[in-house]
Structure formats: C-alpha cells, structure tokens
Write a protein that binds this ligand. Structure first.
Ligand code: SF4
Ligand code: SF4
Length: 391
C-alpha cells in the first residue's frame, strides 16, 4: 500500500499547530515535534514503550502528525532507535524531503567516529539530516566532544560538506548544555524536562545565552509516566511555557498523535499556579508509599565524590511512579557506595548548594534503604550484595 499524503488538515474544534523559531537557524519548527522511538521495530530492551510497527504502519502515524502541522521529526542512528531512522527516511521521500525538518543523532563523541556515524545515518535516511546531535553527552565524554578534533569539530566539517545543515548537542546535564550554548559551533541544543523534572527548565529560562540556540526538550512525559496523572495537553503546555523551540514527544499510534497535537484540553485547564512543583508532588505523592523527595532536578548540587545526586532522586521518583524494576536496576549499580560516602562525608558541600535545602545525604541513605528492602524479591544483582546498608 502506498500512502496518499495530504497537507495540514485540522477538523473543526481541533487544536491548531503553532510554530517557533529554531534559534538562529532561520528555520521555524512545529512546537510539538515527533519522536520516533515508538515507531521502531526491533529488540531494544533499554528503550521505553514502543509498538513494533511495520514500515507502512509507522508511516501512517507519521503522516497523521504531518497532517496536523508537525514538521519536525527526531530519530537516532540504527540500531539506537531500531529501524526508526530508515523509516523516517522513507517518510521524507514520500512526503517531500523539503517539507519536514529531520533531526538525527548518535552516541559517538570522538570526531572521527561521529563523522563516520553521520555518513551511516545519511545512508540510512537516504538524504541529509537538517539537525544532527552528538547525543547524551555526560561528564565522562564532555571533553571528547568539545576538544579540538572532537565531535563538535566533526559536525562543523559535515556542515561544510552539506551532509547536515546544523550542528546539535544533546545532554541531560545543565552545565553541559550551558557550555554548548556558549559554543559557536553549536546551533541547536536538546535537553530534557517536564512537570516534575522542571529545575533545569527554570535555570534555562533565566540564562539569555540559551535564546541564541534552537532548543528541543525531550522527556516531556517523563518516560511515559506522567500521562497517568495529568492530561498530555497539560504536560505539553507546561513545557511550552518555557522559552524553547519545540517539545519532543515520542508517538507510536494515531491516537497518541491526535491526543498530543489535535485535542484541546478536555478538563478545565489548570493554571500554572496549580501546577506548582509542590502541587504536582502532592498529586504524584499519592502513589508513593513513603514521602517523595522534593528534588526538581535543577542540578545545582554536585558531589565531589562522584554521586550523581539528581539522577538518584529521579530514580526514586520513577520507582514509585511505575518503573519500579527499571529504577531499582539503575539504583542498584551504586547506591550502596553512595550512601557509604555520605556517611563518611564531613563537609557535605551539596547541602549548601540545594536551593530547596534538601537533606541530601539523609535522602540518599533513604533511597539505599529502599533498594535494600526490595533486593530480596526483585531478583536484581547488586554491586556489593553482601554489605548491609541499613543502619
Ligand atoms: S553528603 Fe554525600 S552527596 Fe553530599 S557531597 Fe558528601 S558524599 Fe556527596
Ligand atoms: S537535590 Fe536539590 S540541588 Fe540537587 S538537583 Fe535536586 S533540587 Fe536541585
């Protein structure tokens, strides 16, 4: 079956897509972008829900988004997002390449490796990528990306060759995004944030440097957890209240596309005041069996001994919000050691850094205790299973 693609087709009463400037690229992108993880086919255990769609099924979902005004589609190199990349390439071919903006990415940090990866991606797509991100940059890989001959230099070279139009940097870490915002080689940034994990968005709003770059925000549904508690329109509206270019939503069915891009709020719209962090925590807190940790992932804290504090607290949230096994597995990789370090820590610099004055070491010990309580029936292997962490 070949698809018959149509133009923007809103039905009466449907929400209309709006467009925003993508930094200084000269592009205007739909404020809701299509994330292609859910349309992939393959076995990618680390990824959240996806629907194992055939190519034709995937193209129909993408086409529905296009018909509602979506013009920005985000993917990643094979096999990171399974076969989503060639599916998007096929979609671009059928819809008309110039009618959409393709955003692609790969987790290669060294310049030579990223350069090769972009060539592979372009082959998979059958075309150039408009935006290409060096993906998931963290502290371990930061220098490899920014240094001479690193990932960003490779993207600059690929721009000159016409393989990509704009260079991007994607990270879950504020300090790395800020470094990208200061770097002339970077055109577009991709970060994460949502109603619960809003601290980074709040910091971005206060920093004018981010206005110079296009900014895409992913994890709007918090790995699919928040729609159980809030309407998707509320989640999207919240993220779009920040100075960003586009909210990136993973979409795998026509119904999901419709819910994100076409349906007006069905309930009385909550005001932003009603969506304050504490209000949100009190809604979510009903599914916790102990007090939620009131961390909004602002990342103002840092641990000189290596604990990724905000990620530990994120997994605590995710444990109670429905990703219990997944969160436990991640926490089990180092929570005992983190709790032990907190026990020995004298200066505790993190305490001064937290705007919310969280008792960070106490909370880390509480998370460690939770993990140990669940080790007996979770079947998860722990980094040092013989050691007791309950004190
Ligand atoms: S108290 Fe714990 S988290 Fe805070 S700085 Fe010390 S070791 Fe790191
Ligand atoms: S613990 Fe405090 S400083 Fe650290 S990320 Fe959470 S809210 Fe921010």
């Amino acid at each position: 079956m070949r698809l018959l693609f149509v133009g923007v087709s809103h039905r009466k009463g449907e929400k209309k897509m709006k467009y925003r400037k993508l930094g200084n690229t000269g592009l205007f992108v739909s404020e809701i972008a299509f994330g292609t993880i859910p349309v992939l086919q393959g076995s990618i255990p680390v990824l959240p829900d996806y629907f194992n769609l055939s190519e034709e099924e995937a193209l129909l979902v993408m086409e529905r988004a296009f018909s509602l005004g979506c013009n920005l589609y985000d993917t990643a190199i094979v096999p990171e997002y399974g076969d989503a990349e060639p599916k998007l390439g096929e979609f671009a071919k059928r819809i008309g390449r110039e009618r959409i903006v393709i955003s692609d990415k790969a987790r290669f940090y060294d310049g030579n490796e990223l350069y090769q990866a972009v060539y592979t991606s372009c082959e998979n797509l059958g075309t150039y990528a408009d935006l290409y991100f060096v993906h998931q940059v963290d502290a371990e890989h930061e220098e490899a990306v920014f240094q001479k001959g690193g990932g960003l230099d490779a993207l600059t070279e690929l721009k000159a060759e016409g393989k990509i139009r704009f260079a991007g940097l994607a990270s879950h870490y504020y300090d790395i995004l800020l470094r990208g915002a200061k770097d002339a080689r970077v055109d577009v940034l991709q970060g994460s944030g949502n109603l619960l994990e809003r601290g980074m968005l709040d910091r971005i709003r206060k920093e004018p440097l981010f206005l110079e770059k296009g900014l895409l925000i992913n994890k709007v549904y918090a790995a699919g957890l928040l729609p159980k508690f809030f309407p998707v329109q509320t989640l999207i509206r919240f993220v779009l209240s920040y100075p960003i270019s586009s909210a990136l939503i993973g979409l795998g069915t026509v119904e999901q596309v419709q819910a994100a891009m076409a349906e007006p709020e069905k309930v009385k719209e909550p005001s932003l005041k009603e969506l304050s962090f504490l209000e949100v925590l009190s809604v979510l807190g009903k599914s916790y069996t102990e007090a939620p940790i009131s961390c909004d992932r602002c990342q103002c804290c840092s641990c000189p001994y290596g604990t990724d504090i905000s990620t530990v607290f994120r997994q605590h949230h995710y444990f109670f919000l429905g990703k219990d096994h997944w969160a436990l597995k991640k926490l089990a990789l180092g929570i005992e050691e983190s709790a032990e370090r907190c026990r020995r820590c004298v200066e505790m610099p993190c305490l001064e850094q937290c705007p919310g004055r969280l008792r960070i070491p106490d909370e880390i010990k509480r998370v460690a205790k939770l993990v140990q309580q669940h080790r007996f029936y979770s079947g998860i292997k722990y980094s040092s299973p013989e050691k007791s962490i309950i004190s």
